[in-house]
Ligand binder design. Structure first.
Ligand SMILES: *Cc1c(COP(=O)(O)O)cnc(C)c1O
Length: 350
């Protein structure tokens, strides 16, 4: 006899980093920003019109798309906004990856990509990074795949690739959409945005969760040519017409308009990153070259798991990935200088 359980879609979900609660902990495990968002965000929240909550928000997120268009020097029709870049990426997978050919992405990258591929039934292949944990461009030039996803800078390696290499990939694959996930680009990567003038098969995805210190607001966006953006809208609006709350749209605009604060906090994180690299190297770690707000570091004996567990006992949370190629590394988010000093002290006491 058949049972209803047989009809369940069986999936293994993505597992995000822990969100431990408490005040006395050092949280360096999910690449959040250690600083608060712009004070313009607070002021905007104080002025929100609560009467507006009885109405649906703007389904086209116009205000935020216009602010982003001004910021990037593009047009509103080049933008698609969603609830975090996870929502935007997932919608992009559903929209663009409908070929019978497999989509490809690196074997070491954002571990949500294979999860979306599986939940949507998209065939995929993971392409190994080289021995230095770099993306080998040659592996992405066949022109015979159903889609390509590249995080640039990549995660969890932190390594960025030059836009000239992204261009070779986009150019060699006119038959599919190339998604470039720029979640960390503000920390030193090279953006693919200038390529949008030349290529219609490119989609660049950004988030407010990292460099804009707004992970809790859930704002992400895609930038692309008119046709890819309108295709994304068609799919998104076939599922849910109103993904962005009225409040998120308002505070998103407030953040985009305070560029001075944004830039100064990026500089703070980058300065702390450079200091952290030196301190960890002094302690025998090998650190991959990071253009992000985190580093991927291997202790001299490769026992990353042991360090991860001991740090956790001291309420210092970093991220550990047990897969074969990543099991000797720790991914450490760059916090404030004070937080990093606690990390160094804990490492010294082991
Ligand atoms: C954090 C992250 C995202 C998702 O961020 P959202 O909070 O959903 O905007 C997407 N891609 C990469 C590579 C990330 O690290």
């Amino acid at each position: 006899m058949s049972s209803w359980q047989e009809n369940i879609r069986k999936v293994t979900p993505y597992v995000p980093g822990e969100q431990p609660q408490g005040t006395d902990l050092v949280k360096l495990n999910t690449n959040e920003n250690p600083y608060p968002p712009s004070t313009q965000v607070n002021e905007t929240i104080a002025k929100l019109d609560t009467d507006r909550y009885s109405r649906y928000p703007d389904p086209t997120a116009s205000e935020l798309e216009e602010a982003l268009a001004r910021y990037h020097g593009l047009k509103k029709e080049n933008f698609f906004v969603g609830t975090g870049s996870d929502d935007v990426l997932s919608t992009a997978f559903l929209t663009f990856f409908n070929s019978k050919k497999e989509i490809i992405f690196p074997d070491v990258t954002y571990s949500f990509y294979p999860v979306w591929a599986r939940v949507y039934g998209i065939p995929y292949r993971e392409v190994p990074l080289d021995e230095n944990y770099r993306i080998r461009v040659e592996d992405y030039l066949s022109g015979d795949v159903g889609g390509i996803v590249i995080a640039n800078p990549n995660a969890p390696t932190g390594i960025s690739m030059p836009v000239s290499e992204i261009e070779r990939i986009v150019q060699a694959n006119p038959g599919c959409v190339v998604i470039v996930d720029e979640a960390y680009v503000d920390y030193g990567g090279e953006t693919a945005l200038p390529l949008l003038e030349k290529y219609e098969n490119l989609l660049v995805v950004r988030t407010f969760s990292k460099s804009r210190a707004m992970a809790g607001a859930r704002i992400g966006y895609a930038i692309g040519g008119k046709q890819v953006i309108s295709a994304l809208y068609d799919v998104a609006q076939s599922i849910n017409s109103y993904t962005m709350t009225y409040a998120s749209l308002k505070i998103g605009v407030a953040s985009v308009e305070d560029d001075e604060y944004f830039r100064s906090r990026i500089n703070d994180v980058v300065a702390t990153r450079e200091r952290t690299v030196k301190e960890l190297e002094k302690r025998g770690f090998t650190v991959l070259p990071s253009a992000s707000n985190f580093i991927f570091a291997r202790p001299s004996d490769g026992n990353a798991k042991g360090i991860f567990e001991k740090l956790r006992e001291k309420s210092i949370y970093v991220r550990y990935f047990s897969a074969d190629r990543t099991k000797e590394f720790l991914r450490i988010t760059i916090g404030t200088d004070e937080q990093m000093d606690k990390l160094f002290a804990a490492l010294d006491s082991m």
